[in-house]
Each structure stands twice: as C-alpha cells, then as structure tokens.
Design a protein around this ligand. Structure first.
Ligand code: 5AD
Ligand code: SF4
Length: 455
C-alpha cells in the first residue's frame, strides 16, 4: 500500500463488560476497524472512537455503562473545544435492549449498535461522524454477521471461536433470549475452516463459545451435526491440541457428549456447567428444565467417563420466593458436587423477564448474607482443589512470559493459571511442570526436565 492510500491513524478505545461472548465480539470489532486505520489506545482521553461493549445480564453492569458515558462526555467536550471529534458508540446487549433509552438519556452517545450488526460498524461510524444522527436496531441475521466478519488475527496460542449464538431456553430470570435472540448455529464447514485458520496461525487451544454452546446443531452436508460430532471433527485438526467449550446447559449434555469426555484426549477435563440453584422448587420457577437429581446424575456420569474432570458453575441467590431452607439446598448441592470454581450472583430483576414480576422478592440484606456464605464455601473448595495439585506434574500450555525474568506462564488442563521457572519453552509448547505451590487463583511450579533419551 502506498502512503497516499494508507488510512490516517485513528485511536480506538474499547471497554468490554460481561461475558466471554463480549470479549470475543470486541476482538471481532477491532478486526473490522483495523483496516480503516484504527489502532487501540489504552486511554479514552485521546480516542477518536470509543466503543463500550456492554452487558445487560445483571443490573450493576448497566449502571456502570451510564457512569462511564458520563466520564466520556467530559473528554468529548474537551476534545470538541480543541477542534477534535470523538465518536461514542454503545455496543452489546444494553445497546440491543435499551437503544432508544440510551439515546434519550445520554446525548453524548452517537451510535447504538446491537450484537448482530458489528460487520456494519465501518459504515455506521462513518455516518455517525457525519452527524446524521443515525443509529441502528439490530435487524440483521446471525448468519449474515458471521459471513461478513473478516478472517481472524489471533494474538496468542489460545483463542475463542464462536459457534452458536442466542438462546431459546427462556430461563425466567434471563434477558439473553430477548437481547441475543433465537438460537443460531453456524454451519459445520464454516466452524472447521475458522478452526483450521486459527491452528495455521499458531493457536493450540480453542474454546468454543455460545450462550448454549452444547445445544449446537449446525448444518452439515444437507443434514445437521450435533455438538459432539463437531468436537470430533475439530479434534482431528493438526495443531489444535486442546478443546474447551462454554457455556453449557445441563439438559444438552447428551450421552454422546459425556462419552466423548472419556474418549477424546484433546477435550480438556474442565467443564463450566451452570446449575443456578440446588432447590427443585426454585429450579422449576426459574424454568431451568432440570432438577437437582438430574444435575447430580450428569456429574456422576461425567466423572465415570473422565474421573479427573473439574467442574465449574453459576449460581443465583435470592431468586424471588427463595426460602432460607431452599438456599440451604443450594449449599448442600455445592457440598455434594465439589466445584473447582464458580460464579455466583445476587438475583437482579431484569425488566421484561417473567421473574421480575414474581411475588416474594428477597431483600438485599438477605441476598448479601446468602451470597457471602455461598462464596465462602466455593472459595474453600477452589483452594482445596488448587492445593491438591501441589507435587503433581501437569502438562502446561505455555501462553507467555511470566512476571519475573526466567518465568513463563501457562494453563493447566483444568484451566488454572500457572507461573513457572523455565527459560527455554516457547509459546504454544506443552511442557511438564511440577506444581510447587497453590493459592486460590493460581499455581506456581517449575519445568520438569525430560530425562534424556537413551542413546
Ligand atoms: N440476576 C442474577 N444473575 C443472573 N444471571 C443471569 N441473569 C441473572 C439475573 N437476572 C447469571 C446466571 C447466568 C450468568 C451468566 O449470569 O447465573 O448463568
Ligand atoms: Fe439465559 Fe437460561 Fe438461555 Fe442461559 S439457558 S442464556 S440462563 S435463558
């Protein structure tokens, strides 16, 4: 490209809230904007374009967006006084759910764009910069979005790959079916082509993403491929050494998928399987379509297939009508299953969802007390699991340099972060590491020298 053709450098500041789906979407938005001359800046003060990729799943996330817009407005006004512009775009699920309200409440915002329309960003930003006051409600199909996004440029040896979007489950507390729309699975051939591309660029570990990833049912040669079939195909790609997926629904854990956890060594022994509650009455009110016994049975079958599988989950405490003894059933489920990590939240009423209108909303004080007890138990289990790895030798995928000279960091099969002494390993290698110490959130260790081969 000659200098005349090279687009002028523009600064892009992006903030990502919420789930891994959003982290992935932010990377894709950056990929769309890079050819237009946008480069990431770490500070919003000097940005030509700011994108807040928002999350609507819990209340606090929405509030944070509005206070961030307030801070950005000051930068925008200062830049305007210097004769420079700043386009502020709100993306993600808050944009999708509250488009009109954002425009009314936050005049500093130029553009609101929902998750299905990111491939249109260049055009939308150009229009917004021309001050036509244009904004967009996401009325594109998911397929159109995937087809229109450019090829990936991964920066490391691990990558997310989105295979499915949306959700038809309609849990009564959740906005996802409204903000992300109906379930859509990408065709198998498209997913495989993207995975091959990632492997060619040095990616060794792929995490398949979707709101209901194990509900995947992508078109394949005129038929439909199941999630287990997709995993089988991906496991055959040279260079892809590790496969993971998130986030799953218990009712989609088919026999075939459970068996694959025992049969396919590339499928890592770690699974995030949200349960939400241990009370059958609450699970029913949540419209989860499974009860505690069903969840325990899946766990038992997964452990029979892959005895060392590490389980992680999500909980909501203080769902409307949750009695003290029903919360105790959640505590009991935690003791019975033993999780290695978990996300737990106070229930927050999302406008328009059935649970928001239910009787018996639980007080903030009660929710906080329950959450603190639950999190203390979960933290204890996490520490115990990490501690149980000390003295073990684990195969660690090297992901980068460590904090200190002579150190690397990487990931164990159980998704634990590990810092270890090593000077030789390259990113992407899988090396044996003896674990020497553990904390609640990470491990430290030393690379084990392999015995030299007999001459
Ligand atoms: N209140 C609290 N937590 C929620 N989640 C989803 N909706 C709500 C809500 N209204 C949690 C669930 C879900 C995770 C992504 O967010 O635990 O699994
Ligand atoms: Fe929300 Fe339930 Fe769908 Fe998960 S399965 S995205 S919690 S509606």
């Amino acid at each position: 490209m000659s200098d005349q053709q090279r687009p002028e450098l523009k600064r892009l500041f992006m903030e990502t809230y919420g789930c891994q789906m959003n982290v992935y979407d932010s990377e894709r938005m950056r990929d769309v904007l890079t050819p237009l001359g946008y480069a990431i800046t770490e500070k919003p003060d000097d940005a030509d374009l700011v994108i807040l990729n928002t999350c609507h799943i819990r209340e606090k996330a929405t509030e944070k967006v509005y206070s961030e817009i307030g801070r950005l407005r000051a930068h925008k006004e200062r830049r305007a006084s210097e004769g420079k512009g700043m386009t502020i775009a709100i993306a993600g699920c808050v944009a999708q759910a509250e488009g009109e309200e954002i425009i009314a409440r936050a005049p500093a915002v130029d553009l609101v764009v929902g998750p299905q329309a990111y491939h249109k960003l260049p055009e939308l930003i150009a229009r917004a910069a021309r001050k036509t006051g244009e904004r967009l409600a996401a009325d594109f199909t998911a397929q159109e979005k995937f087809d229109a996004l450019p090829a990936r440029a991964p920066d490391g040896v691990t990558a997310f790959l989105s295979i499915q979007e949306g959700c038809d489950k309609f849990c009564t507390f959740c906005v996802v079916p409204y903000t992300r729309g109906a379930e859509y699975s990408r065709p198998l051939a498209d997913v495989v082509a993207e995975a091959r591309g990632l492997a060619d660029r040095g990616v060794r570990e792929i995490t398949l993403l979707g709101q209901n990833v194990n509900a995947y049912h992508g078109e394949s040669r005129g038929g439909v491929a199941s999630f287990a079939e997709l995993l089988n195909v991906l496991a055959q790609i040279d260079g892809v050494e590790r496969l993971r997926y998130t986030t799953s629904h218990p009712i989609e854990m088919t026999d075939e998928l459970i068996a694959l956890h025992g049969a396919e060594p590339k499928l890592m022994p770690y699974l995030h399987l949200p349960v939400q509650s241990g009370s059958d009455r609450i699970l029913k009110a949540m419209n989860r379509k499974h009860d505690g016994a069903f969840y325990r049975d899946i766990v038992a079958r997964l452990r029979a297939a892959r005895p060392d599988i590490a389980l992680s989950t999500d909980f909501i405490v203080g769902f409307p009508g949750e009695k003290a003894r029903e919360f105790e059933e959640t505590m009991q489920l935690v003791r019975d299953v033993n999780f290695v990590s978990a996300f737990s939240f106070k229930y927050s009423a999302r406008p328009g969802t059935p649970a928001a209108a239910m009787m018996g909303q639980v007080s903030e004080e009660e929710k906080s007390e329950r959450l603190a007890r639950l999190q203390a138990l979960l933290a204890e289990q996490q520490r115990a699991f990490n501690g149980s790895q000390v003295e073990r030798v684990l195969p660690v995928l090297v992901t980068g340099d460590g904090r200190k000279a002579g150190q690397k960091h990487g990931r164990t099969p159980y998704l634990q972060a590990v810092h270890f002494e090593d000077t030789k390993a390259q990113n992407g290698d899988i090396v044996p590491v003896r674990i020497l110490a553990a904390s609640q959130n990470s491990l430290t260790g030393a690379r084990l020298e392999m015995a030299p081969e007999a001459a």
